[in-house]
Structure formats: structure tokens, C-alpha cells
Design a protein around this ligand. Structure first.
Ligand code: SF4
Length: 379
């Protein structure tokens, strides 16, 4: 099991080497020789304190991304199953105390139609997202949803097309992992939100399932044990000092990759956004656009072959900078409400941009990128 080296990370945050060391580190990094935790800590300190170093880090990350993925951008789409939630996360519009939020769990038929809708738009990487609904849990509906999704994809996606089904849910038990695995799941993502135990406990009230800090960190060991080796890890930027979280995430990812046999499929960096009905309105530890660019670059340098998973919490001009500085995957259309592609809704988990698919794909191409994992020209 992973042991978070909190004191070591706090010490690493004080490091700040000179430019010579930075250049040496950057020159040594390649797809097969990623930066280790110490090197990332050096680069973090150097990038934050010197604009020349900052630019060199972003540039190197952009080049590394190109050497692994060329000019492709993997496109995904989130698809919400339910917004009924037993948890009371202070930053989320789906928290159980938000009585003004209309609640909905898709029926099998509604889910099938929603799947057909997003596949009809051309999307081939579907991220199933759900809140922690007692009814979905009790009735083992997750495995049903995965089974239906796999079935619809087998009918609608051509054999020569790249596709992927991802699940982002709660802390699954061994039995639940076995069930979704059997139903066809191969990719499990979960964001830790923050690796700061103290802040995590403040944001996730005691007594709610989500307050299980250690179990959340350990869930990937279970996923891998069940045969689901492709995992996605991430932090919600803005909840805690991001530099600590970034180093902790990288250390955790290295553990999963090197000691657990996991494939770090994606690294997420959603940034705090206002959510109607949430207890906190503003990010407790705001993260600037420049900070986010440095975080993307450092993810890339630590995990050259993983996807750095961007999202439409951000505006397009910033997304472009993030793609040029190490990002490799993003969504375009985005509904954060169950059934929101079939019946567009205003309510949602948090504020996001929902970009038009065709126009945004064209914009990506005009900016030198080749969208991947999406069937172009679909309606
Ligand atoms: S973040 Fe997830 S678990 Fe927490 S209240 Fe929102 S939907 Fe529920």
C-alpha cells in the first residue's frame, strides 16, 4: 500500500537549484527516462522563481508530448449517470444538502439513448461519471451501465476505430471492481481532490463515505488487483497548496506504475470552479493560469507516455497553451448533468464551458492539432 511521504515532500518544496542544474535535468528527460520526484521538485522551484526556467520547462514538455503523441489530441466526453449523492463535499453542487438541485439517475433506456447520442456526435472515449448514489450502489447498477455501454459501443464503433470506456465513481469494493471488470471495464479514474489530509478532512465532512482519505488513496491498488490496470489519477486544483499536491500526485503515480504494475493512463488537473449550491464559492488556494501551465508541463516530464487530461473548465485560449505545453487529451462537448446530451440542462455539478464539437475540432486543426479517438464528420 502507498505511504504518502508528507515530510519528504514538504522538504522538497524548499529546493531551488540554479539554471545549470535545471538545464541538465531537462536535457536528461526523454520518453524512456522520465523525471523522478526530486527532479520534478527542482523544476517546480526553478520554474516558479525564474521566468527563463519556466519557459524552458514548458517548451521541453511540449516537445516531449510531440515526440510521444505527435500532433494528436485525444478527445473524450464525460457522461453522467446519476447526480444523487450521499456525500457533502463542500465544493460540489451535487452535495446531499443542496435541496434545490434536481436529482436524476438514468434508467437503462435513458442511458442507452445518451450513449447513442454521444457516439453519434463522433465521440469514442466515453468517461462514465457518477455521484455516490445509495440506490445505484445497492442495486449494482454500475455493472449494468458498464455492460450497456460496452454493448452500444460494440454496435456503433467500427472495429478499426480507437475507443475507450472509462469509469469515474466512488471507492469501489473488491466485489464491485470484479463486477464492472466482468461487464467490460478496463479503465478506472478517480481524483484524490487533495493529498493534504488536514484540508481533505475539512472539505469532506466526517461520517460521509468520501471522508475516507486513506481508502481513497488505496483504491487503485484494488483496481489493479481486480485486473483493471489502466488508471487515471488527479487533483482538484484550488483546494489546497497545489505544489504539495502536485508532488504527492507524482509520487503516488510513480508508486502505482513502478510497484503496482498500473498503467497511468491519464493525469487530471481540474481547477476549482464555482458550483451553484456548494458550501464554498471560491477556491481556498487559487491557482493561476501560469501555475496550471507549469503543472501540466511537470506532469508531462514525470509521465511522458501518459495522457495529461485537460477539461472545459478552462477557456479555449488557455487550453491551446496547455496543449502546446504538454497536454494531450481534452473534452469539447460537456454536460455535467445525467442525460444532458439528449436533453440539455442548465443544472450541473459545477460551471463548465460546453464547446460545439464540429467548430472546436476545426479550431484544433487550424491550430496544428489532429483530433484523435473521434470519428470526424459524424452528426
Ligand atoms: S464531489 Fe462527488 S461525491 Fe462529492 S458531493 Fe459531488 S458528486 Fe458527491
Amino acid at each position: 500500500m502507498y505511504n504518502l511521504p508528507e515530510n519528504r515532500i514538504i522538504k522538497l518544496l524548499d529546493w531551488n537549484p540554479g539554471s545549470t542544474v535545471v538545464n541538465k535535468i531537462l536535457e536528461s528527460i526523454s520518453p524512456d527516462n522520465p523525471a523522478d520526484l526530486d527532479e520534478i521538485a527542482y523544476l517546480l522551484g526553478a520554474g516558479k522563481s525564474d521566468t527563463k526556467n519556466y519557459s524552458a520547462i514548458i517548451r521541453q514538455a511540449g516537445e516531449l508530448k510531440k515526440s510521444v503523441f505527435g500532433n494528436t489530441v485525444k478527445i473524450f466526453i464525460p457522461l453522467y449517470l446519476s447526480n444523487v449523492c450521499v456525500n457533502r463535499c463542500l465544493y460540489c453542487g451535487f452535495n446531499a444538502d443542496n435541496v434545490s438541485m434536481p436529482r436524476k439517475t438514468l434508467t437503462d433506456e435513458e442511458f442507452r439513448i445518451e450513449m447513442e447520442t454521444v457516439l453519434g456526435l463522433g465521440y469514442r472515449v466515453i468517461e462514465l461519471v457518477t455521484s455516490e448514489s445509495p440506490a445505484v450502489k445497492k442495486n449494482h447498477r454500475l455493472a449494468d451501465f458498464v455492460g450497456i455501454a460496452a454493448d452500444v459501443m460494440s454496435q456503433k464503433v467500427a472495429a478499426d476505430e480507437d475507443s475507450q470506456l472509462i469509469l469515474m465513481s466512488w471507492l469501489l469494493s473488491d466485489d464491485e471492481f470484479a463486477m464492472v471488470r466482468k461487464a467490460g471495464l478496463e479503465n478506472f479514474y478517480l481524483w484524490q481532490e487533495t493529498y493534504s489530509r488536514q484540508i481533505f478532512m475539512k472539505l469532506h465532512p466526517e461520517g460521509t463515505p468520501k471522508s475516507a482519505f486513506d481508502e481513497r488513496i488505496e483504491v487503485f491498488d484494488k483496481a489493479v488487483g481486480s485486473g483493471i490496470k489502466n488508471v487515471g489519477i488527479g487533483i482538484l486544483y484550488g483546494l489546497a497548496p497545489w505544489e504539495f499536491d502536485l508532488l504527492a500526485l507524482i509520487d503516488h503515480g510513480k508508486y502505482l506504475q513502478n510497484e503496482c504494475g498500473a498503467n497511468i493512463d491519464a493525469l487530471g488537473l481540474p481547477r476549482f470552479k464555482h458550483a451553484k449550491g456548494a458550501m464554498i464559492e471560491k477556491a481556498p488556494y487559487p491557482v493561476t493560469d501560469d501555475d496550471l501551465r507549469l503543472a501540466v508541463a511537470l506532469y508531462r516530464l514525470a509521465f511522458p507516455k501518459s495522457h495529461v487530461f485537460l477539461n472545459t473548465r478552462e477557456k479555449l485560449p488557455l487550453l491551446l497553451k496547455l496543449l502546446n505545453g504538454g497536454g494531450s487529451e481534452m473534452n469539447i462537448a460537456c454536460s455535467v448533468y445525467p442525460g444532458g446530451y439528449t436533453n440539455p440542462q442548465r443544472d450541473g455539478q459545477f460551471d463548465v464551458y460546453n464547446y460545439p464539437t464540429e467548430k472546436t475540432l476545426k479550431w484544433l486543426k487550424e491550430n496544428g492539432f489532429q483530433p484523435a479517438y473521434i470519428r470526424l464528420g459524424e452528426k
